[in-house]
Write a protein that binds this ligand. Structure first.
Ligand code: SIN
Length: 355
């Protein structure tokens, strides 16, 4: 009798535990990690090596097993999108990523997405997704400067923080985010600023959005430019993007690269000019030939800070557009997406003011 009483109590307790366990799993957000490679998944021969390793060598399961703490914040699952060094990023992988993210959010049961990525082109992928993901739910890019096998690797804590950011209601509606070194940056403004050190991602002048304070994402400002659910760009069903090249202006510049770009059939050119997007007189002649052929030319700047605003009358006469404060590599992305919609110069200039 006593035995049966205790067995009943045990059964009730077990049911309670099960129910509580299930409800706590259900109450956690669902976060999907899309892995693309990079140093965060890099493997070196020795624990002291921070160069000469193979980026993207480790799969998403290995990364997740190294940070079991992510499960405290979210129900996490992983998918391997590709395993590359991000210097080799392509438009095709961007399209695959954007379409997969839109598909996952359309399912309804995914609350946030983390993308593990190499740091070299991380800011470009972030800005591309900022314009092509149509959801307010958090999308967070994360990388690392030291390979996973290094002493004091920065990847594990960065990954944990990225999951915390993706799982947090504070991150909703902020656009695509980049989270490394306890700092959260906006995709539009962030850039890699140092070739080697771990504190490389910054949003110069405009500043980062917030911190991960002892595990809690806290925001202090937002980016005011259009993004994600407010973006007019869609890549659904697209298999390629318009061909746009960046040409870098220097002293003693000439017509060579612009002429080659015209010959190669580009649809757009970003001229990374000196100062306020200033164009060398030799390159200017070549760029004027480009706009006469219907190629869209946008003046950007190699300076790294500030805005490119209207300057010489000749730039207006030749229909060169102003790249606003986007870096040349991000201006390329916006022009590619703009050209999927229109060739109208006034419309494209509007886009550079809004995104
Ligand atoms: C890469 O971008 O894939 C290699 C470099 C890095 O992740 O830091």
């Amino acid at each position: 009798m006593k035995g049966r009483f205790f067995a009943t109590i045990l059964a009730v307790v077990a049911v309670l535990f099960a129910v509580t366990g299930i409800s706590s799993a259900q109450s956690k957000p669902n976060v999907v990690i899309l892995a693309t490679g990079g140093t965060i998944a890099g493997s070196a021969d020795s624990a002291s090596a921070t160069t000469g390793y193979k980026a993207g060598a480790l799969g998403i399961d290995v990364l997740l097993n190294a940070v079991p703490q992510v499960k405290e914040y979210a129900n996490v699952s992983g998918e391997q999108i590709c395993s590359i060094d991000s210097k080799d990023m392509t438009d095709e992988i961007w399209l695959k990523l954007a379409n997969r993210i839109n598909e996952l959010f359309a399912r309804g049961d995914v609350d946030g997405i983390v993308i593990t990525h190499g740091t070299d082109t991380l800011e470009e992928t972030a800005y591309f997704l900022n314009l092509t993901v149509h959801s307010d739910k958090p999308v967070v890019l994360v990388g690392a400067m030291r390979p996973a096998t290094a002493i004091s690797a920065d990847g594990p804590m960065n990954l944990l923080n990225a999951v915390r950011v993706a799982a947090s209601p504070n991150s909703v509606g902020k656009g695509v985010l980049v989270a490394l070194n306890d700092e959260i940056n906006a995709a539009r403004e962030v850039t890699k600023t140092n070739t080697i050190t771990v504190s490389t991602f910054k949003s110069p002048e405009l500043g980062f959005l917030g911190y991960v304070n002892e595990g809690t994402p806290e925001f202090y400002r937002t980016s005011t430019r259009r993004h994600t659910s407010d973006s007019e760009f869609s890549v659904t069903g697209r298999t390629s993007l318009p061909y746009v090249k960046v040409i870098y202006g220097t002293a003693n510049d000439d017509e060579l690269f612009v002429d080659a770009a015209i010959k190669a059939g580009v649809k757009g050119i970003i001229y990374a000019g000196t100062g306020n997007g200033s164009v060398h007189m030799n390159a200017e002649k070549a760029l004027a030939k480009a706009t006469a052929k219907g190629i869209v030319v946008v003046r950007s700047s190699r300076v790294g800070n500030g805005t490119v605003i209207p300057a010489e009358q000749s730039y207006i006469n030749y229909h060169f557009l102003d790249g606003d404060s986007l870096s040349p590599q991000k201006a390329r992305i916006l022009l590619q997406l703009a050209l999927t919609k229109t060739n109208d110069l006034a419309q494209i200039q509007r886009m550079f003011k809004q995104y």
